[in-house]
Design a protein around this ligand. Structure first.
Ligand code: AMP
Ligand code: MN
Ligand code: MN
Ligand code: MN
Length: 278
């Protein structure tokens, strides 16, 4: 029996990745990925290009998106997998989030300017090749200008809570995001639950509310989490009766996070999200 390799969380230049959608799909195929989801932040503009290339390579492309949500005063990411990108309600919602991103980018730049960093908005925009402006683009600008040695360091110094370029997000609600995804025929998945640094009871509350909104799955394996988080998340998925998903959260060669498809397999004791598609 050959193992199917799933990578259900990745980014292209449409959001804050560094590979074009076509390049990402080719690289995934080279890495032996069989089922790939492209999940750009708040935007689906890469899906048509990605699907065309995937088809030519006999790779199964799952159309996806990663939606920015504000929940309990923090930012939480909800993936939509298997969405119909034409769905008007979803597109109108994503459009609003992108407009908010532009507004937030101006605030970030203003904060950085007060800390003596000029031209951050224009600088970050130069790194944004797609339809959204993300903190990642600010990070690339700041690293290029020598404000820190790498993206991780620059986030810590400038872009997180309490730092000059931090703006508390004001995204959409959990309920709204899940509703857009479901209206578009997709399934909603809580992305990288270990990255929110929530206590176990807060995380349970998030998952419970998510389920009540119609969410069905959570990432149990993520390229952006320490391996020891997997056991905790596996237990939660089982307890909460949520399906499990796995994804690298790939952003491009040389970026933080792991290589495409190079994530541990989803533990067998967890019902996979792809059971919905079979
Ligand atoms: P945004 O949605 O614009 O707030 O940007 C969030 C993105 O920034 C995430 O999707 C990651 O790609 C990136 N990011 C967040 N924290 C870090 C970090 N500590 N190091 C590197 N990249 C990060
Ligand atoms: Mn990102
Ligand atoms: Mn995310
Ligand atoms: Mn992501």
């Amino acid at each position: 029996m050959t193992t199917v390799i799933y990578d259900l969380h990745t980014h292209s230049t449409v959001s804050d990745g560094t590979l074009k959608p076509a390049e990402l799909v080719r690289r995934a195929a080279d890495q032996g990925v069989n089922v790939l989801a492209l999940t750009d932040h708040d935007c689906t503009a890469g899906l048509t290009e990605a699907s065309a290339v995937a088809e030519s390579l006999a790779l199964n492309l799952i159309p996806g998106v990663e939606i920015s949500v504000t929940w309990g005063g923090r930012t939480v990411h909800i993936l939509g997998l298997g969405i119909n990108q034409e769905e008007p309600g979803l597109q109108a919602g994503l459009q609003k989030l992108r407009a908010y991103r532009d507004e937030r980018a101006r605030e970030i730049a203003h904060g950085l300017q007060k800390a003596g960093i000029e031209g951050a908005l224009e600088g970050a925009s130069c790194y944004a090749q797609g339809s959204i402006l993300s903190r990642t683009h600010f990070a690339r600008f700041l690293v290029a200008k020598g404000y820190a040695k790498n993206t991780q360091a620059v986030f810590k110094r400038y872009l997180v809570q309490g730092k000059p370029g931090h703006v508390s997000g004001c995204w959409t609600t959990l309920e709204q995001a899940v509703t857009w995804i479901r209206q578009a025929g997709g399934c909603a998945v809580v992305a990288h639950p270990a990255r929110y640094h929530l206590t176990r009871s807060k995380l349970v509350r998030l998952l419970r509310e998510f389920k009540a909104c119609g969410g069905v799955a959570m990432e149990v394996v993520s390229g952006s989490q320490p391996p020891e988080a997997t056991a905790l998340l596996l237990g939660l998925a089982r307890e909460m009766e949520l399906l499990g998903s796995c994804g690298s959260d790939y952003h491009g060669p040389g970026q933080a996070w792991v290589e495409l498809g190079r994530i541990p397999p989803l533990p067998g004791s967890c019902k996979p999200v792809w059971s919905l598609w079979q």
